[in-house]
Design a protein around this ligand. Structure first.
Ligand code: WTA
Length: 655
């Protein structure tokens, strides 16, 4: 039987608070950490770093920041630490080697899930690290990891970290060219990849893409995991099978302790323009934030099974699919396949079978499952769930409530975590034992961190007003330390608009109970007749219309108003599209936000362009509505085929 963790606010305003039972269990159920963090953030994090991690050598200075160049900041100076030691050795030494660390659920249903204990993971990481060392990988070298969702991806990250080398994971659904861009920029010595993986029941060749990446001049070795047994191209000079490498490897490889501020990993992320930038993350600060945010956001205890559905190719997969849970000694679930294969019940079946207690996914997935229908989750027993999380984009009220009620049975708090690749770990969300949980409102600032909301001129806005979300020093320990080999871009992108602060590029609104509602990227914000309008806010309003599944808003230049919002609307039942419905939606927006937010034009469409992580590519929609033939690179889209349909819808004129 499930336990009621949250109770609805008596005033029935959709503001949820933790139940007494939840508070009793939770690591944090009062203001103590918040107050401690406010009083002295550096001391707060020093204490947390000491509690969370085992340091080979204690740091001398907690935090240091350059007076004139605020982006030059460091945490735990002089401290020495190793990430894989903290994720594995520590638990094994404490006698917890027999505890399960990872359960992997393969896509083919006739293949059984595979479990690794902490000791088994430790053994494999040691062997791979030792073997890579023999291949010449040493401290500071870059290792590109191009692997699907198989346990070897976690092993590879930890083995790289064990050597004090730097991993750069490239999402396995990215093309070979994308991999090569990243490998070239990082000058990786080694690529770890696989012969292939399963997607919708079919084995796909990954090696042929990896070979494109391996053509970069820096690459000396390509380590290949055998996943599918596909017959793949082989380069005798470079390629080595992972299993052969491990078979001949030593059982133990000494961890290389590094100074806290040395780089643990690079992760490439798309900016608004140009090629992806390599976000640089340090070791000690990142691990501290990873440990504490995982532990407190999801109130993780020893008996939890944590499933973060994000691919490890994204920052969410790094921090909450690998480092965070393992540092906490908790068991984590990894799923190989497509969420709706062989049917739309696969995720819910997995939760039932594995007894997942904490589930962390993205609004885009939630909306997809809403579309599939309630019959799928209803078929399964989801009562093991205790906490639900969401990340990646603003969540609209409908999706929040569906997640809360249909998946959580009205019993699990929805932890809406705001953060970025750049921040390394979550920074704004309510905590399970503290609350509040309010649909569309991310929540409170994580203890020991501070964000403010600024207007164009850099002044703080008043409560209830929207503004630019900026971080106040001392910057959170998990924050990026640079854009790899590109300080100019680093400074321009994050540190120029509001001197002294970190510019998140997000807009937000301060709300009641000390909470923040993040409305979305400011690059997607519009000024309509002088009024600032958030695309997220408008989309949220449109999505609340009962016939609407999802929508995307982009600005279109307008003679008088500057810009007007254009709406691409996807209906639950496309046959309901009509002029009458357009009018109804406009009326609905009028009543939800006001006439200033009225969409100038509504297009009913089946799909809009999305990145492989499910984010709407508004850049392409913006080009479409402007009839601008320069749509940029379409190759990273999940669904490039929808662009032609959209061209027809908007009456795009070629040439
Ligand atoms: C958006 C993902 C609202 C935001 C971890 C941010 C969110 C960008 C939320 C970073 C949330 C992420 N509510 N917006 N809970 N979480 N975002 O680098 O615009 O893939 O700047 O990191 O996603 O995306 P990234």
């Amino acid at each position: 039987m499930s336990t009621k963790w949250v109770v609805e606010d008596k005033e029935n305003k959709n503001v949820f608070w933790p139940s007494d039972e939840m508070k009793k269990r939770a690591w944090l159920s009062d203001e103590s950490f918040y107050e401690e963090g406010k009083a002295d953030p550096v001391k707060f994090w020093e204490k947390r770093a000491e509690e969370a991690l085992e340091w080979h050598k204690k740091w001398q200075t907690g935090y240091e920041q350059d007076k004139d160049k605020p982006w030059k900041f460091k945490w735990f100076l002089g401290g020495e630490i190793n990430a894989s030691y903290n994720a594995l050795d520590r638990h094994v030494k404490a006698g917890n080697g027999g505890k399960e660390a990872l359960v992997w659920v393969p896509e083919p249903t006739d293949e059984k899930p595979k479990t690794y204990t902490y000791k088994q993971l430790y053994d494999e990481v040691n062997r791979l690290a030792g073997a890579m060392k023999k291949l010449g990988v040493k401290k500071g070298d870059k290792v590109s990891i191009y692997l699907p969702m198989i346990p070897e991806v976690v092993v590879s990250m930890l083995a790289t970290a064990r050597l004090g080398a730097v991993h750069s994971v490239c999402f396995s659904a990215f093309s070979g060219e994308s991999l090569r861009d990243r490998v070239e920029d990082a000058e990786s010595k080694v690529i770890i990849t696989a012969d292939g993986y399963y997607r919708r029941g079919k084995p796909l060749d990954l090696k042929k893409n990896a070979d494109i990446g391996a053509s970069a001049p820096s690459v000396e070795h390509v380590i290949v995991v055998k996943r599918t047994g596909l017959d793949v191209a082989w380069d005798e000079k470079k390629d080595i099978w992972y299993h052969e490498l491990l078979r001949d490897a030593d059982d133990y490889c000494e961890p290389e302790f590094v100074e806290s501020n040395e780089t643990l990993f690079l992760l490439y992320t798309s900016g608004t323009t140009g090629k992806p930038k390599g976000i640089v993350h340090d070791t000690g600060g990142y691990l501290t934030q990873a440990y504490w945010t995982t532990k407190l956001d999801f109130d993780l205890h020893d008996d939890d099974l944590f499933w973060c559905t994000a691919d490890v190719g994204w920052v969410t997969g790094h921090t909450y699919g690998c480092y965070g849970p393992l540092l906490n000694g908790v068991k984590v679930l990894m799923f190989e396949g497509a969420p709706d294969y062989p049917d739309a019940g696969r995720w819910w079946k997995t939760i039932e079978e594995q007894k997942v207690t904490v589930f962390y996914t993205a609004p885009t997935a939630i909306r997809m499952f809403i579309k599939f229908g309630d019959q799928w989750p209803k078929k399964y027993d989801l009562s093991s769930l205790r906490i639900l999380g969401t990340v990646g984009e603003p969540i609209d009220e409908e999706a929040w409530l569906w997640y809360f009620n249909t998946i959580g049975g009205g019993c699990c708090p929805v932890i809406d975590t705001w953060w970025q690749t750049e921040t390394g770990g979550t920074l704004i969300n309510s905590l399970p034992g503290v609350g509040p949980f309010i649909p569309t409102v991310a929540g409170r600032m994580f203890p020991g961190t501070k964000h403010i909301l600024l207007d164009e001129a850099g002044n703080e806005v008043e409560e209830g007003q929207s503004g630019y979300l900026a971080q106040v020093p001392p910057f959170a320990p998990g924050m990026l330390r640079g854009v790899y080999k590109n300080e100019k871009k680093f400074v321009e992108t994050y540190w120029s608009r509001f001197p002294g602060y970190y510019d998140t590029s997000d807009g937000a609104v301060r709300r009641e109970f000390d909470t923040i509602r993040v409305t979305g990227r400011v690059d997607d914000t519009m000024k309509v007749a002088g009024h600032r309008l958030s695309t997220a806010e408008l989309e949220n309003a449109i999505n609340e219309h009962p016939l609407v599944r999802e929508s995307a808003i982009v600005p279109k230049p307008h003679d008088i108003k500057g810009e007007v919002p254009i709406a691409f609307v996807m209906l639950k039942d496309p046959s309901k599209a009509s002029d009458g419905l357009k009018k109804e939606i406009v009326k609905h927006v009028d009543s939800m936000i006001g006439p200033t937010a009225r969409p100038h034009e509504i297009y009913f469409v089946d799909d809009v362009p999305k990145t492989r992580s499910g984010k709407i590519m508004r850049r392409i929609l913006r080009s479409l509505v402007k009839n601008d033939p320069d749509m940029g690179n379409l190759s990273t889209l999940m669904n490039p085929e929808c662009v032609d349909e959209l061209k027809k819808a908007v009456g795009f004129k070629e040439g």
